[in-house]
Design a protein. Structure first.
Length: 157
């Protein structure tokens, strides 16, 4: 890296955010809404080097475009990704293993909170409390306390 470019980049470190935004406009020809000093510094430093040394080669740009091709990206999980009948590379994909801290379905978990007893029944697909099925103990703890709690900690599991 030439000394002049290195000195310019070091000078960027001492600039305020307002000065960096002005410099960004100078080197890119457009305004930025960013006020993140590190982000501005990195972008301007890259641009100064790109202008001085020529940036990425055509081959590198083409390879980056291939990698970034969004047509190959899966945006959603397939509907049957977690069905027991779907076979994956490691065998049959089944449901996730149940957390060892949670008792078997049908068991009751009790906790006294602010002088009141609260009982939760473990069901196959979650936890039942006051006739409503919740997906997690955390959701039950939130219902009881009105604030966020780790469900396992709240029920001392």
């Amino acid at each position: 890296m030439s000394e002049t470019i290195a000195k310019q980049i070091q000078a960027l470190r001492r600039m305020s955010v307002a000065d960096l935004r002005a410099k960004y406009h100078e080197v890119y020809g457009e305004h930025t809404r960013s006020a993140n000093k590190d982000w501005l510094w990195k972008r301007i430093a890259w641009r100064l080097q790109e202008l001085s040394y020529g940036g990425l080669s055509e081959r590198a740009r083409n390879r980056a475009a291939e990698i970034a091709d969004e047509a190959d990206l899966r945006l959603r999980v397939p509907r049957n990704a977690f069905d027991a009948s779907v076979k994956g590379a490691a065998g049959v994909v089944g449901s996730l293993p149940r957390d060892k801290r949670v008792p078997a379905a049908g068991a009751a978990i009790s906790r006294i909170y602010k002088g009141e007893s609260h009982t939760v029944v473990v069901v196959e697909n979650g936890f039942e409390y006051e006739g409503i099925t919740y997906k997690s103990l955390t959701a039950v703890a939130r219902k009881i306390t009105g604030s966020h709690w780790n469900g396992y900690s709240f029920f001392n599991l």
